[in-house]
Design a protein. Structure first.
Length: 94
């Protein structure tokens, strides 16, 4: 199994407050054991490929259950893990 990093942006639409939906999604990603780094416009998550995909699906379904949303995800198996110069593959490349 391979490690991947994903940049995730979640946009709740036509909802009275955006923060609760986004915070719930981040909690869902963290509950699946993924590494997370919050940013101003997106969240980085990383972990085993299967766990990342499953957590993204769960976070999307949970957010969609609260109303209309758009989720934008960029995936990589080559980006460095946040806070390191080591690639997610662990080969020391960047």
């Amino acid at each position: 199994m391979s490690l991947v990093t994903a940049q995730v942006s979640l946009y709740p639409l036509r909802q009275p407050a955006l923060g609760p939906v986004i915070r719930d999604a981040v909690r869902t990603l963290r509950a699946q054991g993924l590494g997370t780094r919050l940013g101003e416009m997106s969240t980085l998550v990383w972990g085993e490929e299967a766990a990342v995909f499953a957590a993204l699906q769960q976070a999307f379904h949970q957010a969609a259950g609260q109303g209309e949303v758009v989720m934008v995800v960029t995936l990589s198996n080559a980006c460095p893990r946040p806070g390191t110069s080591e690639s997610v593959q662990g080969d020391g490349g960047g």
